[in-house]
Design a protein around this ligand. Structure first.
Ligand SMILES: Cc1cc2nc3c(=O)[nH]c(=O)nc-3n(C[C@H](O)[C@H](O)[C@H](O)COP(=O)(O)OP(=O)(O)OC[C@H]3O[C@@H](n4cnc5c(N)ncnc54)[C@H](O)[C@@H]3O)c2cc1C
Length: 447
């Protein structure tokens, strides 16, 4: 919370009014509007880009001292490591992939064709056993999809129990469910709506890594935009025929506003919005949760097997969901990923404790240890980061596409909403956030 900003509201109002008065008056019949975009993540930048290109005065206000939000590339280890989004999911009809290609970025296809599944003591699970478990998992999920007698609002964990008639799910199948679902959505099966969790859409063409770094994408959209960094917004208030946006540093007056803030920030109530704008949004926020995907990149003291991904395929190895060799590194290095509530616990502990947990996993799986002689590691903390408060959205039991639509609903002709949580079909992705930003801009321009 940033009470300071509110206290300074009146003092800063005068300065802000002076700034607005200094704006050049439009000469044409349809004057340029003054638009504020809150948040310089991909959704906010996509909206701002489109509105600025339509000739309006746009200011983007961002809490952090960098743009990109959950796109967060670091080169602190001497090569590209993604703390947030890593892949472009699908190329066909994907506007994000089209943007990357137009900019001449190098997209490298990621293959998962050579997985290595290990049990709790590092023994290899035979590929045939893994394939059979995969088939069992698919059949189980299809049985759940086909059931028409399940009451609405049931969790995936409960739906699995019902579909199994109380019979336990075999350990490898249960691990695969965790690896594929929790490892993707960042949420445990207890926290997912059985009817909605996998009803979103995907583009074809496979996952691609941006060799130059994901941060090239927000940088492209941000070119030439007026972006105020390090200014957390604390309130949006109605004022006559416009809106006031109060930040920790000042007050802006606008004709229209795009709220492109993370769902975690909105759920926590850290930014006050006009009460009347909340409406059904309030209930929708209660039915959409935020998962955690913890990423930890480390140097290793030895070479890795030549595989695409290592799967910790035993329930005892939770919350870890996948170990990815970092092929772009000049020496052996790996990205360990964990998902769900256990991942949140890892993010909450001091980083040394998370490193110790990772070391214990590597030793159990009989993989090379972390190379402590190298002075780097990269750990994410999206769930404890005050400007995100979770990795990305998912429908809680009882949540559905309708709730995402309620979150995207504009408030009159002045307040518009964007972000990964505003487009069910592509939620939890960069392209979904970008598409929602473009949609909010279109609606704003048409209003
Ligand atoms: C670990 C992880 C891995 C992921 N992997 C992938 C992947 O491989 N592929 C993929 O497509 N997607 C992935 N995603 C999801 C993707 O990163 C997000 O869906 C997307 O970036 C969200 O964009 P956004 O603009 O909605 O939100 P954000 O990027 O969070 O932008 C919101 C902005 O608002 C700012 N803000 C917050 N509070 C305030 C405030 N009070 N005042 C002003 N500004 C504020 C934030 O600092 C931020 O810059 C991943 C996410 C995480 C966390």
């Amino acid at each position: 919370m940033l009470p300071d900003g509110r206290r300074r509201r009146l003092v800063l109002a005068l300065a802000a009014l002076a700034a607005v008065a200094a704006c050049p008056q439009p000469l044409n019949a349809r004057p340029a509007r003054r638009i504020l975009v809150l948040g310089a993540g991909i959704a906010g930048l996509a909206a701002a880009r489109r509105i600025a290109d339509a000739g309006h005065h746009v200011t983007v206000v961002e809490a952090r001292t960098r743009i990109g939000g959950r796109i967060d590339t670091t080169r602190s280890a001497g090569f590209v490591i993604e703390r947030g989004a890593g892949w472009i999911h699908g190329l066909t009809d994907n506007p994000l992939a089209a943007l990357a290609k137009r900019a001449g970025l190098t997209l490298r296809r990621t293959s998962y064709a050579r997985p290595l599944a290990l049990d709790a003591s590092g023994g290899t699970i035979a590929p045939e056993r893994l394939a059979a478990a995969e088939d069992q998992m698919t059949a189980l999920l299809e049985r759940i999809d086909a059931r028409t007698d399940s009451p609405a609002g049931v969790s995936l964990a409960k739906a699995i129990m019902q579909a199994q008639h109380g019979k336990a799910v075999p350990a490898v199948v249960s691990s695969l469910l965790r690896l594929e679902i929790t490892g993707d959505l960042g949420a445990d099966l207890e926290d997912l709506d059985a009817g909605s969790f996998d009803e979103d859409a995907a583009f074809g063409g496979g996952d691609h890594w941006i060799t130059e770094g994901y941060d090239r994408i927000p940088a492209l959209l941000a070119k030439g935009l007026d972006i105020r960094l390090g200014e957390p917004v604390v309130e949006v208030a109605e004022r006559g025929d416009g809106l006031d946006v109060i930040t920790a540093a000042g007050l802006y007056s606008a004709d229209q506003v795009v709220v492109a803030l993370p769902l975690g920030v909105l759920k926590a109530g850290d930014v006050m919005l006009p009460g009347a704008s909340l409406g059904p949004r309030r209930q929708a926020m209660e039915r959409i949760g935020l998962g955690t995907l913890f990423k930890l990149a480390v140097p290793l003291a030895g070479g890795l097997p030549d595989v695409d991904v290592i799967l910790p395929a035993d329930p005892a190895l939770a919350p870890w969901t996948g170990l990815y060799p970092l092929r772009q590194a000049p020496a052996p290095a790996m990205m360990l990923i964990a998902g769900g509530r256990g991942a949140r616990a890892l993010e909450q502990m001091p980083v040394d404790a998370a490193l110790a947990a990772a070391s214990a996993l590597l030793s159990r799986l009989r993989l090379p240890a972390i190379d402590r002689s190298k002075a780097w590691h990269v750990a994410s903390n999206w769930s404890t980061d005050p400007f995100t408060q979770g990795s990305y959205s998912h429908p809680l039991p009882g949540g559905s596409a309708k709730d995402y639509a309620a979150l995207a609903q504009p408030y009159g002709k002045r307040l518009f909403f964007a972000g990964e949580h505003c487009l069910f079909a592509h939620h939890a992705t960069v392209h979904g956030a970008m598409m929602s930003g473009a949609a909010a801009a279109r609606a704003l321009l048409a209003a």
